[in-house]
Design a protein around this ligand. Structure first.
Ligand code: PGA
Length: 252
């Protein structure tokens, strides 16, 4: 099955209105004028910019994602945002389980799964992030850790249409150190095989698995050439339209 490539820009806690909207507008123009039927693009701005980014990219085909959501629909959770609120603001996706959330907010697989389920219940698509630390890799536990996180975080009701997996080794995020194409492919292949056991071959074959971690234009070609890598989640390099676009052009 041909999987549609997804290039996702995770802005993290970056972007005041002026810069964020200029970036969104630049990408929207490029999407409208480029030949873009070979990949899909997604941006994940901070919560404060979501509505305005949704307006800015309207008509360009760019998906807008939240960077996290609460597992409850509403209620007494000061500072949190529900999946339904993201949907209401115009998002079509939400990222859950990013390693920065797992570290900074002590999110467990159980919590990530609950968030992912809330996302699906709200009618959002979900990007579920998993990835090992350097310590775990050095101890030879890479496949075990990712297998455990995958099974622990995958929402019930996951399909190839509503769920994307992002493999993001923690040691590669924001460090300038990217997994080699072979290291990434090894984990992606394991993920697809686990998905096949759990969801069936058809769903596993159609589900997109993104790589993330210090992706840049130079490294993208090698990583994206791997059989089980269906796009990328890009942090730092997604904050400049030109750099992000160059990465996407590997699929043009
Ligand atoms: P990076 O971030 O590209 O800055 O390493 C990737 C991510 O955390 O999604």
């Amino acid at each position: 099955m041909a999987r549609r490539i997804l290039i996702a820009g995770n802005w993290k806690m970056n972007g005041l209105e002026k810069d964020g909207l200029a970036l969104a507008s630049d990408l929207a123009q490029r999407m409208k004028s480029g030949s873009t039927d070979t990949f899909e693009m997604l941006v994940s701005p901070p919560f404060t910019l979501i509505s305005k980014v949704v307006d800015t990219v309207a008509g360009s085909g760019i998906h807008v994602a939240g960077q996290d959501c609460h597992s409850a629909e509403k209620g007494a959770h000061t500072g949190d945002i529900s999946a339904l609120m993201l949907k209401d603001a115009g998002c079509s996706y939400v990222i859950v389980g990013h390693s920065e959330r797992r570290t900074d907010h002590r999110e467990t697989d159980e919590m990530v799964k609950a968030k992912a389920q809330a996302a699906l219940a709200a009618g959002l698509n979900v990007i579920v992030c998993i990835g090992e630390t350097l310590e775990e890799r050095d101890a030879g536990k890479t496949l075990d850790v990712n297998r455990r996180q995958l099974h622990g975080s995958l929402p019930d009701g996951a399909t190839a249409d509503n769920t994307v997996i992002a493999y993001e080794p923690v040691w590669a995020i924001g460090t300038g150190r990217t997994a080699t194409p072979e290291q990434a492919q090894e984990v992606h292949e394991m993920i697809r095989s686990e998905l096949s056991d759990k969801l069936g071959a058809g769903a596993a074959d159609g589900m997109r698995i993104l790589y993330g971690g210090s992706m840049n234009a130079k490294k993208a070609g090698g990583v994206f050439a791997q059989a089980d890598i269906d796009g990328g989640m890009i942090g730092g390099a997604s904050l400049k339209a030109g750099a992000f676009w160059t990465i996407a052009q590997n699929f043009a």
